[in-house]
Each structure stands twice: as structure tokens, then as C-alpha cells.
Design a protein around this ligand. Structure first.
Ligand code: IYR
Length: 225
């Protein structure tokens, strides 16, 4: 087989226009129920569910199909405690140590966040997502990767959507700086910690900030030419 050989598109499905409309509207209604959650239950979630969601993320399109991502799945309570400790250290520097700056703190004020991150221990699963600067289509390759941030961002979107579809809540957490995750997860230097995703059931009585429910009107996010 030549590297540029093609095969027939294996599993495309066309829907009649009416069914398309229904499917698009149904998906919209369902994804509108997704909210970032900061209060998690400690109820267990089967690992296979999270693994399938990560498999779904791994189908995302990527630059040269190099799949420049790695997902460190953390369920061990001792490791979660370590992540919380290090994240809260960094976040204290951010919120209380002047690293954030006033403009950033102003932007975050409506969310009510601070340096305390108990959910990093309470939620059953943390997924540390790493972006690989080098790699290639096979594990162990050391070729340059392309459009790394775009690729990992798309895969992360797939992952959040897959977890939501499975009935789980998530938080895209970005402690700043995040390089302590390389150390805890034993990831190499050419990988950059990208997002720490928290996944599990929302706590009973979980709340979300009103600020996060404000979505831009369609007219503001689209131009039809
Ligand atoms: N990393 C901090 C701050 C933070 C930053 C943004 I931009 C947010 O949308 C939310 C939080 C934290 O996780 O608290």
C-alpha cells in the first residue's frame, strides 16, 4: 500500500432533510444542557465510560493526522490530592499573589472562583490533557507536529461533548502555570499540559454562576455571506 492510497469512505450516513433538522435541533437542545460545574459528587463513575469518551476524543481531526495529544487519566485519591495541592499553590500565586492582574481578576469576579479547588479531590476522575509538540502518526515518533493547539482543542471539545453525552459533568480547569502536571503524570518535556478536565456527577444541589448562562445572541456570533 502506498502512503497516499485511499479507501472508500467507510461509514458515512446521510439523513433526509427533515431528519437532519430534527437531529440538529435535538443536538442543540442537548448541548445547551452542558454547563461547567465546580461542585462534584464523590460518586464513582466506571472507568470504561471515561475510557470510551477518551477514545471518542482520539477520533478528532488533527494536523497531518499526528494526533498530538495525550490523556493522563487520574482516579487514584493520592494522586488527586497531589494535583489539588500543587494546583492550589499555583492558584494562590494567581489570585492572591498578584500574578493575575486586576483586569483578569475583574473578568473572573462574576464566576466567584478563588484559589480553593476541592473538586480536584472530590470528583472521581481528572483527565490531564497534554499537547505534544513532537510525535507523528505513531507513538514514539519524534517528527514535528502541526496545528497542535488547534488539534488538541478540537479533541478536548470532543471529550467534553462525549462526557456530557454520557451524563457526566465537567470542568475545564486551567491552573496557571500547569507544568507541575508533567511531573505528577511523568510526561516528557516536549508535551505541554493543556487543560485539566474534571469529570464526574455534579454534587447534589450544585450551582452554576448566572454569568455562565449568558450566551451571545446568534446574530452576534454569525455572519451569513
Ligand atoms: N485558573 C484559574 C482562573 C480562571 C481563569 C479563567 I480565563 C476562567 O474562565 C476560570 C478560572 C481557576 O481555575 O480558578
Amino acid at each position: 500500500m502506498q502512503p497516499h492510497d485511499n479507501i472508500p469512505l467507510p461509514d458515512y450516513r446521510e439523513y433526509a432533510p427533515d431528519e437532519m433538522r430534527v437531529r440538529a435541533a435535538d443536538f442543540l437542545a442537548d448541548i445547551r444542557r452542558r454547563h461547567s460545574v465546580r461542585e462534584f459528587s464523590d460518586r464513582a463513575v466506571p472507568r470504561e465510560v471515561i475510557e470510551d469518551c477518551i477514545r471518542a476524543a482520539g477520533t478528532a481531526p488533527s494536523g497531518a493526522n499526528h494526533q498530538p495529544w495525550h490523556f493522563a487519566l487520574i482516579g487514584n485519591p493520592d494522586i488527586k490530592a497531589k494535583v489539588r495541592l500543587r494546583a492550589e499553590q499555583e492558584e494562590r500565586g494567581f489570585y492572591d499573589g498578584g500574578k493575575a492582574g486586576d483586569e483578569w481578576l475583574d473578568a473572573l469576579a462574576p464566576l466567584g472562583t478563588d484559589a480553593s479547588k476541592p473538586y480536584l479531590e472530590q470528583a472521581p476522575w481528572l483527565i490531564a490533557i497534554f499537547a505534544q509538540r513532537r510525535g507523528g502518526i505513531e507513538t514514539g515518533m519524534t517528527r514535528k507536529n502541526y496545528y497542535v493547539a488547534e488539534s488538541v482543542g478540537i479533541a478536548t471539545g470532543f471529550l467534553i461533548t462525549a462526557l456530557h453525552n454520557a451524563g457526566l459533568a465537567t470542568l475545564t480547569h486551567t491552573p496557571k502555570p500547569m507544568n507541575f502536571l508533567n511531573e505528577i503524570c511523568a510526561r516528557p518535556e516536549h508535551e505541554r499540559a493543556y487543560i485539566l478536565l474534571v469529570a464526574g456527577y455534579p454534587a447534589a444541589g450544585a450551582t452554576i454562576p448566572v454569568h455562565s448562562t449568558i450566551k451571545k445572541p446568534f446574530e452576534d456570533i454569525v455572519t451569513i455571506l
